[in-house]
Design a binder for this molecule. Sequence first.
Ligand code: CP
Length: 294
Amino acid sequence: MHSLISVLDLKRGEVEQILRHAKEFKEGKEVSLNGDLALLFFEASTRTRVSFEKAAKELGLNTYFVSSSQSSITKGEGFYDTLKTLEALGFKAVVFRVPFVFFPYHDTLKSLNLSLVNAGDGTHQHPTQGLIDLFTLLEEFGSIEGVKVLYVGDILFSRVFRSGVHLLKSFGAEVSVCAPRTLLPRNLEVFGLREVFSELEEALSWADVGIWLRLQEERQDGNFVPSKESYFKRFGLTKERYESFEGVFMHPGPVNRNVDIDGDLIYAEKSLIYKQVQNGLFVRKAVLEWAIGI
Ligand code: CP
């Protein structure tokens, strides 16, 4: 039994195993597991929730969906007591998405006979999205040794960036960011970035891959950008930038059309967005198999 809260806890061999099994699932491998899986989603989600549910069902697991609005969280029950309740009911694993940062967590894991899989906790981690982005880039490039990856936009609130940067760097990619100063974390040095760009044109002439991030207005309690229009003009993927960019681009979704990326470009030739969603199913199957089955 394993838990996945942060990519920082994964050993290189475990990442390689998950990627290898994800590839096998994509090629049609079938695995049969048994047991009950709870999907505890206290924040909105489409692709993460549905792909985890589909992955679990295809592996033979029974799934139980719990939302915050219909759970005893509304009566004041905390996250830990909710997990203890699911443990008492005999669940094997809980996939959770929560609006808060789940840290520290190591003592909590020790006190539970449950496998926990993080589907996004506040601004902390979204480990399966990081694995999906790594898997998708390995598929695209074969090896990402020396590949130049640029994250663009809302770095400050991004759990996708905090998960992906570590995984991509550990497989040899060079990672830089381009963002408004207001959307950069203060402790940027901890991420070991190649460069911090303020001008997108310069950044894109450096990059082989652009990963645009969603402007997360629901987490922003102030004016982080002057307006969405000015943000798009300065940091968005416009048609002009798309034409001159020689690389490929990604976005974890959901995309703010005409804020992060021009709406006409989401499924364009240089976009890997649809592949990221498709790969989500296979990566999440591999993560559930690793967490529960082996
Ligand atoms: N990428 C991602 O987490 O999307 P959802 O919020 O739709 O799950």
